[in-house]
Design a protein around this ligand. Structure first.
Ligand code: MGD
Ligand code: MGD
Ligand code: SF4
Ligand code: MO
Length: 896
């Protein structure tokens, strides 16, 4: 590359602008784009580490059939023929696409057009079903369209922000920083509503640790309270809404007063009272919500319970207020716009006759789908029972991320033909593919994404695709041509697809549909597309440069133009009940420095150090009942499956609830696919699975020995029951454990060193059951193995650093088997600040030793937290912890 390239981060829905600049030796530097309105130059730890992920490790470089390389021509023809023949024999509904919020608008648009307009089925659904479907359904019920009314600026100017079921500090870090800035600048109050005390709570004014699933009661109670306390905006409600009485009647019955709500939600009355009083007091309120709301078997009702409160108070569409759904993936929003969900047609139109006729004419479609298609879980059920016979998966890893993952795998196994487009060769899903298509990925692809605030930004390429990889839109159009639809898919570039998408949004619109980006149609001209600045839709004839907010005029997209209150309730069967056999409630979600199934973040050594192993968080008092110790292992089980993970004690958990992150999968760990545990229970309106409330039980899993293995090359163990891989600079670390001890450690270890050469140094203490060995060649450490039956192991941190060093000197060599840095007694612990590699024990040492008292002090002394800032909440919590220890030692704290 020659000059700077402005593009967009490929991770979360904040949609930050990044600038890629050429660096020395073909490297690039990644910085935040100061002019991008989503981030104004900021990046979080994941964004800042993007440069490290531009390696070709594990990339799928060429198309493959049954594991063998084939030409693109053959791959495209095979897939085209397969689809055509299956459709001819079994009808259009016998084929399906399962796509992703990680595709660009252009990819998504052509995939949707091919399925719904040319194949004649609507069996195309997306992983956004697992993510945003309840928000979509809630928006449509209330507003008549899937509209996010507000924008990020509202977080800057609100007086009160509720973060509901959102771990914003970790999942939308740059937006969270923006909110923290507002807290500092104007004293914005922040309330977190989440069963767990997450990092997001560290700087909140109030945390409501409600019983999972009870949000509807909390917001129904709020609605009742607001009405009782004269907070209804009578003029707005009368002129612009309907069904307020039904909603209020239901809310009153269900959540009559604060005491009742506190009981249902299992929180103290004072917290509920404070939340309600603050909401009543502050005109400028933003309710931002994410997966704790959406991923529920009553997620759509939760969304409407929240929206109802904004409608009653008329707090919508104006500066600093409104309900705000935080989108997860970089293009979760765009997928909704093109029509990637099975129950929408295209450009925010449904399957009514008018829309079908309009879209059919626009596409000149030979076979427009007549009715909605199958939603994700149903779609995979149809694969399982043989109704769907050919499936094309693009940019998602359903073998990991769908509920009932074991059944999903069985479905993939049974399906007569599975094609997968991915950029990574070995994922849990690609192993079921009959045909693998190498997709170009971030940095290589060219198109647009839409973020949480409806802002469409460009992703621009700056490197050539790896191997023979091609952009998804191109692959889809080639397959369409092979099916005989070449004329309708003859785009020379993604710009032409975008222009068509923009044109369709404006086609016979006249302001009746919210999604209108007609003003961007000029993008058909390449130069125009290249220059396109981040734009918030609607960007039609009236507001060609985009619009920040909608609904200030009180006009909605329902048939009667009014917003609809929705009467929602939370009756006892809606509460999630555990049983005698499965007495704990499993909650699932994300960690700070990993992204989904780790195919990209897993490549970054920096990011691997924040949370190295899959784990289960549990309250220490619960753990006791299950015979679990901190750092021991557990087998967590539900009726549909299990995982084996490490136990972490956490007082941030409510009693009776446990948490397991979603990221680990068979490509990085022996048995940590949390989707295997989740029952496919889903919301009746949105079809979104309830991924956050699964009854489970726990058993201790007791290995006879544990250890680790470090190697320069990847070599996933096959002969141990437990393993997980951690990427660190220059090498791979494997944590391993097994229930059976090898009879001979030396030969067991030798099997790990197979194929490597060098001099072996060994230490063995048979009495204590400890064994350590290292392989050194030409002064370089090649492999390292340590095992112990009593768990007494050195930390691998320093050893991993030795791998990064060029040569091992005499002094170091002596310490290798001890696993300890010369002259160093302490283990540094996990990395807290990824940007500067500052580890936990270094932080604690400095805080205690130098008496540091603020995040700023820590930053001054260690630099930690001074770049992207996402670790600031963790540092604040450490400071609190140390302060607590001091208070205890000074006798300031009485036993609680
Ligand atoms: N680091 C990182 N960031 C990401 C991602 C990632 O993989 N890694 N993924 C992106 C994507 S696709 C998404 S969808 C977003 C998700 O972003 P978030 O929704 O913020 O993330 P989660 O961790 O899934 O869940 C949020 C919280 O919901 C809480 N919760 C569970 N049950 C309930 C309940 O009944 N009520 C309430 N009020 N809360 C509940 C959980 O305890 C959890 O802390 O993150 C995006 N950002
Ligand atoms: N239990 C539980 N399950 C969950 C969730 C939860 O909270 N709990 N969250 C759900 C949510 S919100 C989400 S969004 C999903 C995410 O789940 P998935 O979508 O399954 O996760 P990813 O790892 O993001 O999968 C993306 C795949 O696309 C590939 N890829 C990346 N870029 C490209 C590209 O340009 N083209 C193509 N063709 N491929 C590409 C990557 O290599 C990767 O294999 O998980 C859902 N599942
Ligand atoms: S907040 Fe972080 S992950 Fe999300 S878009 Fe911005 S830099 Fe990327
Ligand atoms: Mo998501």
């Amino acid at each position: 590359m020659t000059g700077d390239v402005r593009t967009t981060c490929p991770y979360c829905g904040v949609g930050c602008g990044v600038i890629i600049s050429p660096g020395p030796d073909d490297a690039v530097t990644v910085t935040g784009d100061p002019d991008h309105p989503a981030n104004f130059g900021r990046l979080c730890s994941k964004g800042a580490a993007l440069g490290e992920t531009l390696v070709h490790d594990g990339r799928l470089m060429v198309p493959k059939m049954a594991g063998r390389r084939v030409s693109w021509a053959k791959a495209v023809k095979t897939l085209g023929d397969k689809l055509t023949r299956t459709i001819a024999k079994h009808g259009p509904d016998s084929v399906a696409f399962y796509v992703s919020g990680q595709l660009l608008n252009e990819d998504y648009y052509v995939a949707n057009k091919l399925m719904k307009g040319f194949i004649g089925s609507a069996n195309i659904d997306t992983n956004s079903r697992l993510c945003m479907a309840s928000s979509v359904a809630g928006h449509i019920r209330a507003f008549g369209a899937d509209t996010v009314p507000g924008c990020y600026e509202d977080f800057d100017t609100a007086d009160l922000v509720l973060l509901i079921g959102s771990n914003t500090a970790w999942c939308h870090p740059v937006l969270f920083q923006r909110l923290r800035e507002a807290q500092r600048r104007r004293g914005t109050k922040v309330v977190v509503i989440d069963p767990r005390r997450t990092d997001t709570c560290a700087t909140a004014d109030l945390h409501i640790a409600l019983k999972p699933g009870t949000d509807t009661a909390l917001f129904n109670g709020l609605l009742t309270y607001l009405e009782k306390n004269g907070k209804r905006d009578a003029a707005f409600v009368a002129a612009h809404t309907r069904d307020v009485d039904e909603a209020l009647a239901r809310a009153r019955k269900n959540a009559p007063d604060i005491a009742a709500v506190a009981g249902i939600c299992d929180v103290d009355k004072e917290s509920v009272a404070r939340l309600y009083a603050w909401f009543a007091e502050h005109e400028r309120v933003v309710c931002a919500y994410s997966q704790g709301v959406n991923q529920s078997h009553r997620g759509t009702d939760k969304v409407n319970a929240i929206i109802n409160c904004h409608l009653l108070t008329g707090r919508i569409g104006r500066e600093g207020m409104g309900p705000f759904s935080l989108t997860g993936q970089p293009n979760a929003m765009g997928g909704r716009e093109v029509g990637g969900l099975a129950n929408t047609l295209a450009a925010h139109m449904g399957f009514d006759d008018g829309a079908r006729d309009r879209v059919g004419r626009f596409w000149n479609a030979p076979a427009l789908a007549a009715k909605p298609g199958l939603k994700a879980v149903d779609l995979f059920d149809a694969v399982h029972d043989g109704r769907i016979k050919a499936l094309w998966i693009m940019g998602t890893n359903p073998a990991v991320s769908l509920p009932d993952a074991t059944k999903v795998r069985a479905a993939l196994e049974k399906c007569p033909f599975v094609a997968v487009s991915d950029c990574i060769e070995q994922t849990d899903t690609t192993r079921y593919a009959d045909l693998l298509l190498p997709a170009a990925t971030w940095g290589e692809r060219d198109g647009t994404v839409t973020n949480s605030e409806r802002r469409i930004s460009r992703q621009r390429p700056f490197v050539a695709p790896a191997g023979t990889a091609r952009p998804d839109w191109k692959i889809i159009c080639d397959v369409a041509a092979a099916m005989g639809f070449g004329d309708a898919f003859a785009y020379a570039a993604s710009a032409e697809i975008f222009a068509e998408h923009a044109h369709l949004s404006a086609f016979e619109n006249d302001g009746v549909r919210d999604f209108d980006i007609g003003a961007l149609r000029g993008a058909v001209d390449r130069a125009h597309y290249d220059r396109m600045e981040p734009t918030q839709w609607p960007a039609g004839a009236k507001t060609p440069r985009g619009r920040k907010r909608l609904f200030a005029d009180g006009r909605f997209y329902t048939d009667d133009g009014r917003a609809h209150f929705v009467a929602v309730s939370l009756s006892p069967p809606d509460l999630i009940d555990t049983t005698m056999s499965f007495p704990l409630l499993l909650n699932t979600g994300r960690v700070r420095d990993q992204w989904h199934t780790m195919s990209r973040t897993g490549l970054s050594p920096r990011l691997g150090r924040h949370t190295a192993e899959p784990y289960l968080d549990i309250h220490p008092e619960d753990a006791e009942n299950y015979g679990l110790r901190n750092g021991s292992w557990t087998r967590a089980m539900s009726p549909s499956g299990g995982v084996t993970v490490r136990v972490r004690f956490s007082s941030a958990m409510r009693r009776g609830e446990v948490f397991v992150p979603i990221h680990w999968n068979d490509a990085v760990a022996s048995d940590a696919v949390v989707g295997r545990l989740i029952a496919p229970r889903r919301d009746p309106f949105s079809g979104q699975p309830a991924s956050k409330t699964q009854p489970v039980t726990l058993l201790p899993w007791k290995p006879a020995w544990r250890g680790f293995f470090i190697s320069r090359r990847r070599r996933d163990p096959r002969d141990v029951e437990y393993w997980c891989r951690i990427r660190v600079p220059g090498c791979y670390v494997y944590e391993v454990a097994d229930q059976v001890c090898p009879t001979d450690w030396a030969s067991f270890c030798a099997s790990y060193f197979t194929g490597m050469s060098g001099e072996t140094i060994t230490f063995e203490d048979p009495k204590k059951g400890r064994y350590r060995s290292a392989l050194i060649e030409d002064g370089r450490l090649q492999g390292c193995f340590a095992a112990a039956v009593d768990g007494a192991l050195p930390s691998f941190d320093w050893l991993a650093e030795v791998f990064a060093e060029e040569t091992v000197n005499e002094k170091t060599r002596k310490h290798i088997l001890a696993g300890r840095r010369p002259g160093d007694a302490a283990d540094r612990g996990p990395v807290v600040c990824s940007c500067f590699g500052v580890a936990l024990n270094t932080l604690l040492g400095a805080i205690r030793g130098q008496g540091l008292t603020s995040v700023r002090d820590v930053g001054r002394v260690l630099k930690a937290g001074t770049n992207c800032g996402v670790c600031q909440s963790e540092i604040a919590a450490l400071l609190d912890g140390v302060r607590g220890e001091e208070d205890v030692s000074k006798g300031k704290v009485n036993a609680a």
